[in-house]
Write a protein that binds this ligand. Structure first.
Ligand SMILES: Cc1cc2nc3c(=O)[nH]c(=O)nc-3n(C[C@H](O)[C@H](O)[C@H](O)COP(=O)(O)OP(=O)(O)OC[C@H]3O[C@@H](n4cnc5c(N)ncnc54)[C@H](O)[C@@H]3O)c2cc1C
Length: 316
């Protein structure tokens, strides 16, 4: 029978680590996903080596509630502490979560590697994520027509969607109803998409709603005076109203939108006292809960509080 975890946790920074560790301590079945190849990408990338790490960061006093004994230390001692507490936890690195959807009572967590199911889910992806950019430069003249999500697309446009994951394919499928859509993927076969998307894509391609340019890469993006013009490795060129890149690294706000989470005017998720979003069973931890600020200690406490609520809901 297919496994359904008690809780899936997205993002292995302090918020996600706190949630996963507290869940495991409480005897819940838990799986943790991280898009980079190690936990704590923000600490590794944005803290200088040897940086002092204060538990009461910027004077924000925190009384730790859970099992992770954070103390004043350095970048390195904090990373070591997290290495240690993660031992024994099911942890998938280099696995970017693309979307979380609630289907009936169960959350379906989609990654480029497949789908995972869980009764509850915690999103702790922080605020530092950025969409991946192509290796070639994007001319300033057409910057307003190149995008990293589909929010600017309207109707009746000629669109080029670039990418081979579920996000790119879902954009193409959704947009082809009202637009002329070309989907470009550098590989010949879409190996990273789920079955439903593959079937829908096949239907749209057969019906002539999506023009597929697979196994072909873009060498350069120029402009034809006003519109973006893509030059492909097969020697062809194409002029489009907009180019949408969906090549990984979804920005946090776009990710939350995609999951159906309601945000307030400051683009902060609307949550209850237990950090539960507008979707029952879907929780938020860490810096995402603040317009500004946040700290490692606060993020760890979110994990503890979320797990107490999940235990109540699941009766465990
Ligand atoms: C320079 C600097 C110094 C700081 N110093 C301190 C300090 O001394 N003390 C302190 O308490 N706080 C400090 N902070 C704040 C602290 O780092 C943050 O509050 C904390 O990291 C927030 O944790 P988080 O889990 O919300 O997010 P993050 O730490 O940003 O972690 C998010 C994780 O999610 C992963 N991720 C993102 N998207 C996906 C996805 N789609 N799928 C899977 N994984 C994903 C990321 O790769 C990352 O590993 C500092 C912050 C900065 C920038």
């Amino acid at each position: 029978m297919e496994k359904i975890y008690d809780i899936a946790v997205i993002g292995a920074g302090p918020g996600g680590i706190g949630t996963a560790v507290e869940a495991a301590k409480a005897g819940l079945s838990v799986v943790l996903f991280e898009k980079t190849d190690k936990h704590s990408a923000t600490l590794r990338e944005y803290y200088k080596d040897g940086k002092r790490v204060d538990k009461d960061y910027k004077g924000q006093k925190v009384d730790l509630k859970g099992h992770i004994p954070l103390v004043d230390g350095t970048k390195e001692t904090t990373l070591e502490l997290f290495d240690k507490v993660l031992e024994g936890i099911e942890f998938h690195t280099s696995t970017e979560v693309e979307k979380v959807a609630k289907v009936g009572d169960v959350f379906v967590i989609s990654t480029g590697k497949g789908e995972t199911k869980a009764r509850a889910c915690a999103i702790a992806i922080g605020k530092m994520g950025k969409p991946n950019k192509p290796s070639y430069s994007l001319p300033i003249s057409v910057r307003a027509r190149t995008h990293f999500n589909a929010q600017s697309c309207t109707k009746g446009e000629n669109l080029l969607i670039v990418g081979g994951g579920n996000s790119a394919v879902e954009y193409a499928i959704a947009l082809c109803e009202d637009n002329k859509v070309t989907l470009n993927y550098r590989k010949a076969v879409f190996t990273r998409i789920n079955e439903t998307n593959q079937q829908e894509l096949d239907k749209c391609v057969s019906a002539g709603k999506i023009t597929l340019k697979a196994g072909i890469d873009i060498t350069e993006l120029g402009d034809d005076g006003a519109l973006p013009q893509a030059h492909f490795t097969d020697g062809s060129t194409g002029t489009f109203d907009r180019v949408v890149y969906a090549i990984g690294g979804i920005a946090p706000v776009d990710f939350l939108h995609k999951c159906g989470i309601t945000l307030d005017d400051n683009k902060v998720p609307v949550t209850d006292a237990n950090h539960q979003s507008n979707i029952a069973g879907l929780y938020i931890a860490g810096d995402l809960l603040y317009k500004n600020g946040g700290s490692i200690g606060f993020s760890l406490n979110h994990g503890f509080e979320i797990v107490q609520d999940v235990r109540k809901t699941l009766g465990k």
